[in-house]
Design a binder for this molecule. Structure first.
Ligand SMILES: [Zn+2]
Length: 97
């Protein structure tokens, strides 16, 4: 396996963990029908980052997956910006659900 491929899989794992955290913290919502992600505006990115920063050292899942809090923050911010454009599922809106 090439170094690049291994790096990409590593990133996917980190993104999956950050995405799950974003959902757990209600930063993003996942549509139960379409599996799409959107920002229901239940909380904001800064509050979630502050909350996670406080518990980062004691969160074994996070501190074993990310080399530092800053790395986690970068991945979370990138994921949030990818999905925060919509405040509801685009597919549901189109179909009037
Ligand atoms: Zn939907």
């Amino acid at each position: 396996m090439s170094t690049i491929k291994r790096h990409m899989e590593d990133m996917e794992g980190k993104e999956a963990i950050a995405l799950q955290l974003a959902i757990d913290e209600e930063l993003l919502e996942s549509c139960e029908y379409h599996g799409t992600y959107y920002d229901a505006r239940a909380t904001d990115l800064e509050s979630v980052i502050e909350k996670v920063q406080d518990g980062f050292q004691n969160n074994s899942r996070l501190n074993s997956s990310f080399s530092s809090f800053d790395e986690f923050k970068e991945v979370l911010e990138s994921i949030y910006h990818d999905h925060s454009g919509l405040d509801k599922c685009g597919l549901c809106s189109e179909r009037g659900l």
